[in-house]
Ligand binder design. Structure first.
Ligand SMILES: Nc1ncnc2c1ncn2[C@@H]1O[C@H](COP(=O)(O)OP(=O)(O)OP(=O)(O)O)[C@@H](O)[C@H]1O
Ligand SMILES: [Mg+2]
Length: 153
């Protein structure tokens, strides 16, 4: 399946894209959020969490690395910005999360080789001060299903 792109011109619209994708998410799904500083990854996660019924405010996990939330599914929000090696994943229980019944949302997934290949990759690009382009790239059959369902308006 070819990549699918969306443009957004506000944080509110970026959150709405996350809420929409949330409707298709199931236990065990993973989103790899790849893009520069301030490109909208955490903003998007806020929308996904809202869509999954999380009531708490979602904040960046850059310094704590992992935050967990409970919605209609458990939500695990990971930030790999401060990690560099595949072995670092052991310290945060990455394999256990991926094998479990949660939805895993990973910022800076491109920092550690192999992580993106396990997920629906979403690339975030700055286009203007408030403009962002989001591109979904499916790795594997489950990610393709998610991307198809996300693209249906
Ligand atoms: N269309 C947009 N979508 C998302 N955020 C936007 C948009 N336009 C402006 N912004 C602003 O850009 C910033 C995005 O911050 P956010 O924390 O979501 O980025 P991030 O990719 O998670 O960054 P980091 O790599 O530091 O974790 C916010 O200040 C937000 O208000
Ligand atoms: Mg962030």
């Amino acid at each position: 399946m070819q990549p699918v792109s969306w443009t957004t011109n506000s944080p509110v619209k970026t959150q709405a894209l996350g809420r929409k994708l949330a409707q298709a998410l199931q236990a065990g799904d993973c989103l790899a959020l790849c893009g520069d500083l301030g490109s909208g990854k955490t903003t998007f996660v806020q929308g996904v969490a809202q869509g999954l019924g999380v009531k708490e405010t979602v904040a960046s996990p850059t310094f704590v690395i992992v935050r967990e939330y409970q919605g209609k599914l458990p939500v695990v929000h990971i930030d790999l910005y401060r990690l560099n090696h595949p072995a670092d994943l052991d310290g945060i229980g990455y394999e256990e999360y991926r094998a479990g019944q949660c939805v895993t949302l990973i910022e800076w997934a491109q920092k550690i080789p192999g992580v993106v290949e396990d997920c629906l990759e979403i690339q975030f690009r700055h286009q203007s001060p408030a403009g962002r382009k989001l591109t979904g790239v499916a790795h594997g059959p489950r990610a393709e299903t998610l991307l198809e369902r996300w693209g249906v308006s």
